[in-house]
Design a protein. Structure first.
Length: 272
């Protein structure tokens, strides 16, 4: 029998593309969205194979209820894909408390609550695969996306820790780390801070560094996600796109050089 997949943020972008790809392959899919009407086309096309669930991942009680509903409806949840999230564009100084808290609330706590909700089900089953949609910006950074960067760094640390905690229960964890893709993540789905004139040069440099070739085609990610879900031994991390690995390799080369340069100071600080 094909696996049952629970995926958040299925109204558009990667979430919608991947949900339909799973359904085409015969998987059963519990798909969540803030606006359930965005899932009407999937229900019309795939019928009982898809369970649409209206959900704001920031609501912890609703997260647990949604996961319970999916598990009771399909009898199991084999794969969780935490895809819900958004980007906040703005420099650190420009970011208001409300904007910062909302970004972390969705990208970190929303993911955490859904993960916590599915863990008892997967432990009881003795198997499960949790896929956290992070970003290349969970490993390196860009200016003007500071709070988003921070949220994805948090997802990386949370997921790596959880993988060690639940491996003996038969639960596997994977981080998916896309580089830029031509979804509406930076468009209709994005939020913008109130801009300060002092940071105009920073924003200009950021925009100047963006090229069309840097953004992948969202639909091209389908084969990679299907392979990840089908894998008996999935990787702990998977980049999506051709830009991510060279970028991260350079970032870590630079970090290692700095650590090595200051290693004498670091060792002396150990005290013994």
């Amino acid at each position: 029998m094909k696996k049952t997949i629970f995926i958040t943020g299925a109204s558009r972008g990667f979430g919608k593309i991947w949900a339909e790809a799973f359904l085409k392959q015969g998987y059963r899919v519990a798909a969540t969205a803030r606006d359930i009407n965005s899932l009407t086309d999937l229900v019309s096309k795939y019928g009982e194979a898809v369970l649409p669930i209206q959900l704001d991942v920031n609501d912890r009680a609703a997260d647990f209820a949604a996961v319970k509903k999916a598990a009771e409806h399909f009898g199991s949840i084999d794969v969780l894909i935490n895809n819900a999230g958004y980007g906040l564009f703005g420099t650190i100084e420009e970011t208001s408390e409300k904007e910062a808290r909302a970004q972390i609330e969705t990208n970190v706590f929303g993911l955490l609550w859904i993960t916590q909700a599915v863990l008892p089900i997967m432990r009881k089953q003795g198997h499960g695969h949790i896929i956290q949609v992070s970003s290349v910006l969970g490993l390196t950074t860009l200016p003007v996306l500071g709070i988003y960067n921070a949220s994805k760094f948090a997802v990386e640390g949370l997921t790596e820790t959880l993988a060690a905690e639940v491996k003996d229960f038969g639960i596997k964890l994977s981080l998916v780390e896309p580089n830029g893709f031509a979804t509406d993540w930076a468009g209709a789905s994005a939020f913008q801070t109130q801009q300060m004139e002092e940071y105009a040069p920073v924003r200009a440099a950021f925009q100047a560094g963006i090229t069309d070739d840097a953004f992948g085609i969202p639909e091209a990610t389908v084969d990679a996600i299907l392979k990840l879900v089908d894998s008996a031994n999935p990787p702990s991390r998977l980049f999506l796109g051709k830009v991510a690995l060279p970028w991260v390799k350079q970032a870590y080369t630079d970090r290692l050089a700095t650590w090595e340069e200051w290693n004498d100071v670091a060792v002396a600080a150990h005290g013994k």
